[in-house]
Design a protein around this ligand. Structure first.
Ligand SMILES: [Zn+2]
Length: 233
């Protein structure tokens, strides 16, 4: 069978139609997907971070002229928060996916607003403030994890679940509270009241070095889960 030759002007017309079709389909695809998180992430690199390094700010509560709570033994909260924060920092440094920072690495006073500002200016992926709780009734014990912005809620739940499992302290739930350091944070921020320093037994467990490593590892594991799988509930 003899192939019919298509006149050159018709071939050109076909090419023009094809190009217009491709442009039209590309335009429609962009219009449909331009607001999806995946597309935003791919174009700006903010929402989706494939193989990225996550900047984590660990905030040791209190410090310097602000001792925080007095534990059952008389030890000050600022010492506990610094010891635990340093352990979290060291464990995070061993993970390729994390770049950790401390708001204070020694016994110095840092204002609450400056702690949040540090994380904001760094463009941190998470801000975690470490505290030990206190109450007039020494019988009260347990772990409470706080968030303020709804965008921080998921991180609070993931970390809380890991803390409860690792420490075995009473589950006093995730709570929403306008702690200043959380309100000032523009990045996902959580404040963990690890346990009650005013409870004899809990304070001993919190001051124990091995116990601190377990708690630190729980926070690292929680962060890993949060940044790799996201949701737990
Ligand atoms: Zn505190």
């Amino acid at each position: 069978m003899k192939r019919q030759k298509i006149p050159i002007h018709l071939r050109r017309k076909n090419v023009v139609i094809l190009v217009l079709c491709v442009l039209f389909i590309t335009f429609i695809t962009i219009e449909i997907y331009k607001h999806s998180p995946l597309f935003v992430g791919l174009t700006t690199g903010t929402s989706v971070k494939a193989n990225s390094i996550y900047k984590i700010v660990i905030d040791a509560g209190h410090g310097g002229k602000d001792p925080g709570a007095n534990g059952a033994s008389g030890k000050e909260e600022k010492e506990y928060t610094l010891a635990l924060s340093k352990k979290i920092y060291e464990l995070l440094k061993q993970e390729r996916m994390f770049e950790p920072y401390l708001t204070r690495a020694d016994d110095t006073y840092v204002a609450l607003a400056d702690r949040a500002k540090f994380a904001n200016e760094l463009g941190a992926d998470a801000f975690i403030s470490i505290h030990g709780n206190t109450f007039s009734d020494s019988e009260v014990s347990g772990t409470e994890t706080y968030y303020y912005a709804n965008s921080s809620r998921q991180l609070a739940y993931v970390l809380h679940e890991h803390l409860i499992k690792a420490q075995g302290f009473r589950d006093r739930n995730v709570r929403k509270q306008d702690w200043k350091v959380l309100v000032y944070s523009e990045v996902p921020a959580v404040l963990a009241e690890i346990g009650y320093l005013t409870n004899n037994k809990e304070e001993a467990a919190m001051l124990d070095s091995d116990g601190q490593v377990r708690t630190a590892q729980a926070i690292v594991n929680g962060l890993k889960q949060y940044f790799t799988q996201g949701h737990v509930k």
